[in-house]
Design a protein around this ligand. Sequence first.
Ligand code: ADP
Ligand code: MG
Length: 574
Amino acid sequence: ASSTQTLEFQAETRQLLQLVIHSIYSNKDIFLRELISNASDALDKLRLESLTDSTLEASDPHIVLEVDKGARTLTVRDNGIGMTRDDVVDLIGTIAKSGTAGLLAKIKEAKDAEAAQHLIGQFGVGFYSAFMVADKVTLHTRRAGTEEGTVWESDGEGTYTIAPADGLPVGTSVTLHLKAEDSEDGLGDYLAAWKIRQIVKQYSDFIRWPIRMATEPVSTTTDDSADADGEAAGEPETLNSMKALWARPRSEVTEAEYSEFYQQISHDWQAPAETVHMRAEGTFEYEALLFIPAHAPFDLFSRDTKRGVQLYVKRVFIMDDCEALMPNYLRFVKGVVDAHDLSLNVSREILQHDRQITAVRRRLVKKVLGALKDMRTKNGETYATVWEQFGRVLKEGLIEDRDSTDALLELVSSASTNDAEKPTTLREYVERMKDGQDTIYYLTGENRAMVENSPHMEAFTARGYEVLILTDPVDEVWTDQIPAFDGHRFQSIAKGQVDLDNDADAEGTDEAKAEKAQREQDFAPLLTWLQTTLAEHVKQVRLSTRLTTSAACLVGDAHDLTPTLEKMYRAMGQ
Ligand code: ADP
Ligand code: MG
């Protein structure tokens, strides 16, 4: 038509398009996620405006995906807010976002595609991702409340055309003329219903508007008697579940719903031990729905076990195993974080360095540790099973996450000489400490029996000191690194000089001192002999008050590795 105008893309837009077309993305499927997310935004906007403007109405808001195999097109259509001609020129023809030029310069300097993709992720190419799979894109749109529609079309090279159009419904449709290179057997991949279904399920399942698929009418194709998917053509089918539990207020979600959702994302068959559901408002909005499982997966300790938190942006799935949101020692926590203000293309690397994400992570960690603490006080039995399953992993946090040391020490549950059956908390231990005792005694080893029968134990049990029995390999490490709990040092009874005589019992008297000196004198020749004979095996031989029935025991230096730790390092080949 004579009213068709050909316009040039802004220089920067053109450059960005070139990058997109020459595929910066290894994963082309995301184009659909971008277009659906735009359609969903448009439906949100119309609903919002219709609240204040009674002339606008949103009836049956939805997104529909239309496939035309004959024409090799895929159309994403919505009946949302739509755009005016000026909107189209501004929003689609231009990238008015600040910092584009600088970003493009950096992308050009990027050493490889992956680095470029990281940069692009900060920005998000949105609509333009359509050109990854299409060699021509046609957009029809009409703004709600206006009469005239607009058609925009481009091959993504240097220019686009724009023209008025009559008789368009309110909303927007984006038609992709799919590239031949993405087709398999002459049947375009992105024309295949199974493929579309799969992408929608993966990325857009929780979009809150229905995403329907309309396959082409039977009559338009000649050989369609048996559709590849074996379905009746033409019947719209809703592809997404729309149920984003995390976006609903807590009070409106039942335990059964939480549990079902948990089982769906975790592939667990049991209900979770605890659910944490929160919403943060303000400058960085997000919702989080996290679960503490009741039992551990089989691969909790394998090197490449994944973290259980998924990242969404406004209900669009972005990634699994989001390490930026959950520290390694909480890898067993499952759930979803839906952040509202991130680019859909955000990369792992960007997330790692994003200060807001770091703040979110800190808050989530606090929430989870707080939930565990509450569970311990209110629901001890459940806590005991959770600790049994995940205690070893949580203790890794004592090494990894110094900000949470106090919260984690409150969670520690340990076997102890106080009670053969019942583990103790550190706080309970401290409350039972003898008068004048100011350190927390512990002994590490491979199992309870070995620790209990250790000669190191003798003097302590004989004198009624409680000793923590620590049998997880990680105990060797954290006890070495955490200085104290509530002001009380951790002291291995197998390391250094543990001088029970200082512990305010009657032994500090002059009489006792004289006796000790006498004993040392008596044993001096024996000690010297032992020292020379064993020179290659021990650093020092000394007289001890540790033992009651055993004749001798091996003691580590205060800074030596314990036998278990030595074994652990050796096993790791160090
Ligand atoms: P973003 O979604 O991050 O803003 P996009 O490139 O995806 O970036 O889209 C650019 C803009 O184009 C959107 O912000 C929106 O204003 C407009 N737009 C895109 N698709 C639609 C649509 N289906 N309906 C209405 N407006 C749209
Ligand atoms: Mg977008």
